[in-house]
Design a protein around this ligand. Structure first.
Ligand SMILES: [Mn+2]
Length: 239
């Protein structure tokens, strides 16, 4: 069991614990997740996170589920998405999770994999990447976190509306990973054999490119797909 690793992304948990996606996630944490010793969540676990002070209370049932997972001696790594980029150390402490940086290399057997949320691969999505530069800026974040929860909620709604408004105008191609984005990523990570990411909500095992296989995680709607490393190989499976 110690060699088994699970990868998920983009669950976009809502505040409502009784929503079906919430129940599916809680069920996953109590069953499938326990089959692996390590769980990687590659961004956008939460549909919104306006600061640990608010999030830890609002999402309490999910926080408990994550804490229970690490409390059982398993490892949990959480990456930041474009909806929950304000996850900070209080979240890490409450859940026992280790927060990931933008790009993380891990070893899978004798091979290397690079993990990321995936938004930075969508290099044609110029407006979004500009917005990302802003909201990932440390000063902008520090200022935002000083505002009241109500003000922060308003900012979050604006960001969400901006990205969703753009989504309906943009073509599906603009919202996908580009060759440029993938080439740039590979130039930063020589010798990786796997790219694992979410964000585009297009679950797939792509044909190898330059000897690298790209695994895209889904958003659990409707199919609950996760990526599983069984100690020997990676496989996209459904829950
Ligand atoms: Mn995303």
């Amino acid at each position: 069991m110690s060699q088994h690793i699970l990868f998920i992304a983009d669950v976009h948990l809502p505040l409502q614990v009784d929503a079906s996606i919430s129940q599916v996630f809680l069920n996953f944490m109590q069953t499938k997740a326990l089959e692996a010793q390590t769980l990687y969540i590659l961004g956008d676990l939460f549909d919104g996170w306006i600061g640990d002070d608010v999030g830890l209370v609002a999402y309490a049932p999910f926080i408990s589920a994550l804490a229970k997972y690490t409390g059982s001696g398993r490892s949990l790594y959480v990456g930041l998405g474009n909806r929950d980029f304000l996850l900070k150390s209080d979240f890490a402490q409450a859940t026992g999770a280790i927060l990931l940086g933008d790009e993380t290399e891990i070893e899978l057997g004798n091979e290397k994999a690079v993990l990321l949320h995936g938004d930075t691969l969508c290099t044609d999505d110029v407006d979004y990447l500009k917005m990302r530069t802003l909201f990932t800026n440390a000063d902008w974040q520090a200022q935002a976190l000083q505002k009241s929860p109500t003000e922060r909620m308003a900012i979050a709604e604006q960001l969400k509306a901006a990205s969703e408004g753009q989504k309906s105008i943009k073509s599906a191609v603009v919202m996908d990973a580009t060759q440029t984005g993938i080439d740039e990523l590979l130039s930063r990570h020589a010798n990786v054999k796997h790219i694992i990411h979410g964000h585009t909500h297009r679950p797939m095992q792509h044909a190898p490119y330059r000897g690298v296989t790209r695994w895209v995680l889904g958003d659990w709607r409707p199919e609950t797909e996760y990526l599983y490393w069984n100690g020997q190989q990676l496989k996209l499976e459904s829950f």
